[in-house]
Design a protein around this ligand. Structure first.
Ligand SMILES: [Zn+2]
Length: 321
């Protein structure tokens, strides 16, 4: 099959009937993510299925013209880059599935605000501006699923893999018959073998580095034992038995720890975690916050404070002083 040319979209074949789709230019930092299309196949699925393909509405229209109609859409978790445009899939008559509890974030921005704990430190207007910049609109109806369950659409089975170091509901997908694992936002974010990215993201209270390391192991085992291909929300396609994603993610976490440890060695250590976090935030260790303005500065400060806190908790340096 020849793939259509669609401006601003990159379509890549994972297998004969699974595509990885990537929106090239995006309206804002957290407005889009790559996702999969399971094309229709005789005796398997009459209608196409979209997996976590959060792209802008006009591109959803074009994709639907070529491959649609899509009867089901599965969202992996409630971060903005996985939610913003899902409303448009729904408008086109696609059933929307999303993991609990983040399924509620697709319905109402207040649920997103409270669910991730933004309400403890930031005003709702910060989140409203963030959502607007990313063109978020709510869905009307979302079918929640539990982590660890399987979804079945006609003769397609999708195993839901809990990868909860990233968020409470964060799910990967494993397609046993197609031998494809999609690790969504676990932290493999290299757009090509030679590029670099941020790596695993754990900028919320609910995230856990320990859980992250378990998730990476779990994903690696499934990939090596059962899959031929690995895809993610912000990266290129990996073929069995290439373990680049796993070593990359572990390395990034290690480097982040080293950054915090190193900074600690140059500062006067306080026993008070909050004071230490404030001091480290001023160093712009992870994000160039001094260059950011308005709501983006507030958000990045919030996220970085959580990342720093997690590394402080793991730092031998901090505890032994
Ligand atoms: Zn995410």
């Amino acid at each position: 099959m020849n793939l259509p040319e669609i401006e601003n979209l990159e379509l890549r074949k994972v297998t004969d009937n699974i595509l990885l789709v990537h929106q090239k230019k995006v309206p804002f930092y957290f407005s889009c993510c790559d996702g999969l299309i399971i094309l229709p196949k005789k005796d398997r699925n009459k209608q196409a299925i979209a997996l976590d393909l959060n792209i802008e509405p006009q591109l959803i229209d074009q994709i639907s013209r070529f491959f649609g109609p899509f009867n089901n859409y599965v969202c992996t978790h409630g971060h903005m880059d996985h939610m913003a445009h899902v409303h448009h899939w729904e408008r086109k008559g696609t059933r929307i599935h999303a993991p609990k509890p983040e399924s509620a974030y697709l319905l109402n921005l207040h649920n997103f605000y409270k669910g991730f704990g933004f309400d403890e430190e930031l005003s709702f207007s910060v989140i409203e501006k963030f959502a607007k910049s990313n063109k978020y609109l709510p869905c009307k109806n979302v079918i929640p699923f539990k982590l660890g369950a399987s979804l079945k659409f006609e003769n397609i089975t999708i195993e839901i893999i809990p990868l909860t170091g990233h968020s409470k509901g964060h799910s990967g997908f494993f397609l046993p018959d197609q031998k494809v694992i999609h690790i969504s936002c676990l932290g493999f974010d290299k757009s090509s073998p030679n590029s670099d990215g941020f790596g695993p993201w754990y900028g919320f209270n609910e995230c856990s580095i320990t859980q992250y390391l378990n998730d990476i192991n779990r994903a690696q085992t499934i990939f090596l034992q059962r899959a031929d291909f690995l895809t993610s929300s912000h990266a290129y396609i990996i073929k069995h038995p290439d373990t680049t994603p796993f070593s990359y993610m572990r390395k990034k976490i290690k480097e982040n720890q080293a950054k915090v440890d190193q900074a600690l060695s140059s500062l006067k250590i306080h026993n008070n975690t909050e004071m230490m976090v404030d001091k480290l935030l001023n160093l712009d260790l992870f994000f160039p916050k001094k260059k950011l303005k308005g709501f983006m500065a507030d958000l990045y400060r919030y996220w970085e404070s959580k990342i720093i806190k997690k590394h402080l908790e793991r730092s031998h340096f901090f505890h032994t002083k």
